[in-house]
Design a protein around this ligand. Structure first.
Ligand code: DSN
Length: 421
């Protein structure tokens, strides 16, 4: 009998050809976008399973449709494992992805017009942290603090306290998509307590690094809630989850369903359950630590090669290279991303703090290590990649150089098979 994959190949050759092309692209190039990763073969099996056939509105033991004996098992496994891994009292594993996850968290506690104190987009915050182009920015009143890029990206907590006292937020939010440093969660909690606000951390980027005990966990500092996507450093399927104190469990669950979403994607919930089983292992702890050592090594190499990093370095899995100011490069992030694509090194264009350039032609690129580390690359490979990145950007006008470099990168990749392909 044909396998599912063989059926797809036979019955939709165009779609199948794109799948095979993407597999070749992922295998033959180096993935350095910090929010991407290679998931486990077991996750791919769960995602492609018949759990996708099932409607499961509600929660284990309290559903609106019959036939839930196995969906209850997987959702309970996912919730219990999430609580254990993140040291949380409650977990909701149904958010379909990062943006709905944050929306559900806000609507659990806020009325339209209420204030949230969050991190400015160009300093590292996320669109859902109140960027004016996001619906969240029109529904709620976001007041946004900045970092000091010239002082290693440190946050001026006296300033944050002043803003909190003035704006009286209902939620003090910390979290980022392009901030290469760690946070002082105790300070955020202190300020929130002083103004009677809830504390929320969006750890979407570093969820895996927290699960692997390589970075601090906001729940250990008494945060009320924490949101994380499941597909970035955690290495799971595309999805989101909300961790919270028991006292907030009812509000969070009601806000996710029926407040915001309909039926959860149970194939994804199954895949999240498996991801969290992996996240509890010593092997995953080693992976998380290696993401950080790789990141430090890559950042150091970029600087040695004349690169200018936003905040001067990194404390997590990512770094932002200011391509406009880096020695002998002086191009914008869009062009840098394109040149690196040409040699099979994938990064993404990135705005820098208070960027004078527009978002589609910003001043930098963002680079991160979770995917390369999942492939087994270590510090020697990071040194090699750092040198190749800077060398490629400097030699971008030379077509024969780019062709030679691409062949070299593809050969290098053959030594690091992609999990799941
Ligand atoms: N798109 C994600 C990232 O790349 O960081 C955030 O939503």
């Amino acid at each position: 009998m044909d396998t599912n994959r063989e059926l797809l190949a036979k019955n939709d050759p165009d779609l199948y050809a794109a799948l095979v092309g993407e597999e070749a692209r992922q295998s033959s190039g180096v993935e350095l976008i910090p929010s991407e990763n290679y998931t486990y073969p077991e996750v791919l099996a769960a995602l492609g399973s018949i759990f996708t056939n099932k409607y499961s509105e509600g929660y284990p033991g309290r559903r609106y449709y019959g036939g839930q004996e196995y969906t209850d098992v997987i959702e309970n496994l996912a919730r219990e494992r999430a609580c254990a891994v993140f040291r949380s009292e409650h977990a909701n594993v149904q958010p379909l992805s990062g943006s709905p996850m944050n929306q559900a968290a806000y609507f659990a506690f806020l009325d339209p017009g209420d204030t949230v104190l969050a991190m400015d987009l160009s300093h590292g915050g996320h669109l859902t942290h109140g960027a004016p182009v996001s619906h969240m920015g029109t529904v709620f009143n976001f007041v946004r603090y900045k970092t000091d890029p010239d002082n290693e990206g440190k946050i001026d907590f006296d300033e944050v306290r002043k803003m909190a006292i003035e704006s009286k937020p209902k939620i003090v939010l910390c979290g980022y998509t392009s901030y290469p440093r760690d946070y002082d969660y105790a300070e955020f909690k202190k300020i929130a307590d002083e103004v009677g606000a809830l504390t929320m951390a969006d750890v979407s980027h570093i969820g895996g690094l927290i699960a692997g005990d390589a970075m601090a966990n906001p729940m250990d500092f008494g945060f009320d809630l924490m949101t994380t996507t499941t597909h970035k450093s955690l290495r799971g399927p595309r999805g989101g989850m909300i961790l919270c104190k028991k006292e907030h469990a009812k509000k969070i669950d009601k806000s996710v369903f029926p407040g915001l979403q309909g039926g959860p994607h149970m194939n994804t919930v199954a895949a999240v359950a498996y991801t969290l089983k992996e996240a509890a292992t010593d092997q995953f702890k080693q992976y998380a630590k290696k993401c950080l050592t790789n990141s430090k090594t890559l950042a150091k190499t970029l600087v040695e090669e004349g690169g200018v990093l936003v905040t001067g370095g990194t404390d997590n899995h990512m770094m932002v290279l200011n391509t406009v100011e880096s020695a002998n490069i002086a191009i914008d992030g869009k062009e840098a991303e394109k040149v690196l694509d040409e040699v099979a090194i994938t990064t993404n264009k990135q705005i820098i703090p208070d960027d004078p350039n527009p978002p589609l032609r910003p001043s930098g690129i963002r680079i991160g290590t979770p995917a390369a580390t999942a492939r087994g690359m270590g510090e020697a490979e990071m040194v090699q990649l750092g040198q190749w990145i800077m060398d490629t950007l400097r030699n971008r006008e030379d077509a024969s150089y780019l062709a030679k470099r691409k062949a070299e990168v593809e050969k290098f990749c053959q030594g690091f098979p992609v999990p799941g392909i």
